[in-house]
Design a protein around this ligand. Structure first.
Ligand code: ZN
Length: 446
């Protein structure tokens, strides 16, 4: 089966080739040439469109039937993780790395077989990371998850170690969204918002979770959350008991994971945020010899200046920087400022682009991040595309060894998008069309 995509602007490495034809044959890219070949089974006119490599997202959650997040929460139902994979594919992502690191590679393969998106797995089965998950949640963990190890999962096909730490285990957004409100509700019957939970948490522990109780602020936060009559001491105890046990274990898990990355020669992906920034720097300065990616270096728990400063310091120790779209570009349910994003791309050499999960999986798509970087003048089109394709394939060698570039011989994972990248028209995975005119084809789910 030979498909010829004609007339588009083709992003091939550092170049954007105008009016060039890409020929897909036998699951691979056959030729990239201004003159299309004569013979083809299918011809697709891409004039006025951009033709780019299928994107590679190295920071996703909820894409397998395994435990969710670094907290090992209950797995999503099948429709949930398949729906998440549908959304990735419709937005031009053809390979994802599952960073819910407590899934087994069996669960990752189940997702990989069920969907056209190529699903690869990472492992965080270190003793402390598993203890952190159990302290925060652990509802999705079974015997199979608790008795395996990083070594076994790497032998079974895991391509990286991560996500080490997470908002749920490190007193971040997951605590604010879920666990602190649940603890308050159990005690008082009152439902508080994530923002109110964060204000309570910061009054008790400070923004980096290493501070002292600020009682006047706590009383103010309690009153604002409709808990004026509730004892500040009890509230402080609830917050500490919700946040700290998993936080301390997760810090140990970070170290174990980076040491394992050095030992086994695979990259580690670490959760970079205000609460983990300082421990990460200490770890980076030890120069353990691991290849490490600081995920969501633009995390909103940092101040924008702190995000840039931490990123530059980690980069000077040889770590790579990944920035996430979260939902900061369009939806803005959880991240309502783009200041971190703009400053990171203006002031640092970000290596990788990803999405993370967003609120209930509603992140802004990876391709929106690429489009934004071009529209806002932060990167050229080929450089922005590379952040979400070739750079990712290079940083995590096992993730997409034959994808990430439009080049003869590479896998035919190809996206045809509108010129402004706002609309994905067609997507091919291994030469098979899985999105046509913006709709999934029958080949998307298997
Ligand atoms: Zn994270």
């Amino acid at each position: 089966m030979r498909t010829v995509i004609t007339g588009g602007t083709v992003i091939a490495g550092p170049d954007a080739l105008a009016a060039t034809a890409v020929t897909l044959d036998g699951g691979h890219i056959h030729t990239i040439d201004p003159r299309p070949p004569e013979d083809a089974d299918v011809r697709l006119d891409a004039a006025g469109c951009v033709v780019l490599p299928g994107l590679i997202n190295c920071h996703t959650h909820g894409v397998t039937p395994g435990p969710l997040f670094p907290s090992g929460a209950a797995a999503l139902p099948e429709d949930g993780w398949l729906g998440n994979l549908d959304r990735h594919l419709l937005a031009g992502t053809t390979t994802v790395l599952n960073l819910c690191g407590l899934a087994t590679m069996d669960e990752v393969r189940t997702a990989d077989r069920a969907h056209a998106v190529k699903v690869k797995g990472a492992t965080t089965h270190t003793p402390a990371a598993m203890a952190a998950a159990q302290a925060a949640d652990g509802a999705g963990l079974t015997e199979a998850h608790l008795t395996t190890s990083v070594e076994k999962q790497l032998a079974d096909g895991a391509v990286a170690i991560g996500e080490l730490g997470g908002g749920q285990t490190m007193g971040g957004g997951g605590q604010d969204l879920q666990y602190i409100p649940a603890a308050i509700h159990r005690e008082t019957g009152v439902t508080i918002s994530a923002e109110q939970a964060r204000t309570l948490k910061e009054a008790v522990l400070g923004p980096r979770l290493d501070g002292d109780l600020d009682e006047p602020s706590l009383k103010e936060a309690l009153a604002a959350a409709g808990l004026a009559g509730f004892s500040a001491q009890t509230a402080a105890k609830l917050v500490r008991e919700s946040v700290l046990p998993s936080f301390h274990a997760a810090l140990d898990g970070l170290r174990e994971g980076v040491e394992a990355a050095a030992k086994y020669g695979v990259p580690a992906l670490v959760h970079s945020a205000a609460a983990s920034g300082k421990p990460l720097l200490e770890l980076a300065r030890k120069q353990l010899g691991a290849s490490v990616i600081a995920t969501h270096s633009n995390h909103p728990s940092y101040s924008p200046g702190e995000a840039v400063e931490t990123a530059l310091a980690l980069q000077s120790e040889g770590w790579l920087l990944e920035c996430c779209t979260f939902d900061l570009l369009h939806r803005q349910h959880t991240v309502r400022t783009r200041e971190h994003w703009d400053r990171m791309f203006a002031e640092t050499a970000v290596d990788l682009l990803a999405t993370d999960y967003g609120y209930l999986g509603q992140h802004d798509p990876l391709l929106s991040g690429v489009a934004d970087l071009v529209a806002s003048g932060h990167r050229s089109l080929p450089a922005a595309v590379a952040l979400a394709s070739a750079n990712v394939a290079d940083a995590i060698p096992g993730l997409a060894p034959n994808s990430g570039r439009l080049r003869p011989g590479m896998a035919a994972d190809v996206v045809v998008a509108s010129e402004d990248l706002r609309e994905v028209r067609h997507v091919f995975v291994d030469g098979i069309q899985v999105v046509r005119d913006g709709q999934l084809t029958l080949a998307a789910r298997r």
